[in-house]
Design a protein around this ligand. Structure first.
Ligand code: ZN
Length: 261
């Protein structure tokens, strides 16, 4: 039996050996607990970032760290807003601290190649800051060979795939919250967690090109979704997963100078 790529499945001794191997990339999934409409659970971003990381780890023979479950506050223009029930978020300082701490922890275990696999739009800049602070600290301690890649998985869906899967036009990744991308991936990977009968088929939300605080709740559609998931299918999920897996693996193989597999 091949060893699991998921860190939590391993015993401490197998983990210690795997993480310290020079070629091992540690992939850290980062999600959120956030409403995803009436048709999907609160942990979509955790499930999808972890599954994406698992797929890439299979290609790279890497290790998937235990996921960061909570994320940064949902923004009204990309996640419906933090006021919505179920959405449970961390302050930016906490996310920065988590990203910094995990980078330092995996460095302590011997890892020198780390990739944060982000699954929640709003996390990105705070993960970036945490990684930057960790690298500064490592460099001051004389550790110069640590390299970290930070990515959001949807950025690996190319224009040709978007044209193929969104024949009626693409609203942009920000409005895709609870839409075709996430729902299709969930239908493929976790079909038992999706109830397509509850999808609200409404036109995409119309948001201003600026933020207002406190949020005006009436700007967010009742469903909490910013675009319709009605066109989501498991087949689209298969395509999305395959293309993202391949493009992410190529990027990480190149960035980390891994030998072809
Ligand atoms: Zn999401």
């Amino acid at each position: 039996m091949r060893q699991s790529v998921y860190m939590e499945d391993l015993d401490a001794f197998s983990y210690r050996e795997a993480v310290a191997r020079k070629e091992t990339v540690v992939l850290i999934p980062v999600g959120s607990i956030e409403q995803h409409g009436p048709h999907m659970p609160l942990n979509v971003d955790v499930l999808l970032s972890r599954a994406m990381a698992g797929q890439v780890a299979e290609e790279l023979r890497g290790l998937v760290a235990a996921p960061v479950v909570y994320g940064y506050k949902s923004q009204q223009r990309s996640g419906g807003g933090n006021h919505l029930p179920g959405t449970t978020s961390l302050d930016a300082a906490t996310i920065i601290s988590i990203a910094k701490t995990l980078t330092l922890e995996f460095a302590r275990h011997g890892a020198r190649k780390i990739a944060f696999i982000n699954g929640h739009f709003e996390n990105y800049q705070f993960l970036y800051e945490g990684v930057d602070l960790a690298l500064r600290e490592l460099q001051l301690a004389g550790i110069e060979d640590m390299k970290v890649v930070l990515l959001s998985y949807w950025d690996f869906i190319d224009d040709a795939t978007i044209a193929e899967l969104y024949p009626d036009g693409f609203t942009g990744w920000d409005l895709e919250h609870g839409g075709v991308l996430e729902t299709s991936l969930m239908l493929h990977l976790f079909p038992e967690k999706v109830d397509m009968a509850k999808v609200v088929d409404a036109p995409p939300a119309v948001m201003p090109n600026y933020d207002v605080l406190p949020v005006r709740p009436e700007l967010t559609p009742e469903s909490g979704c910013l675009s319709s998931a009605a066109a989501a299918t498991a087949d689209k999920g298969i395509t999305l997963l395959k293309r993202a897996r391949s493009a992410m693996s190529t990027a990480l193989t190149s960035e980390f100078g891994l030998s072809g597999r």
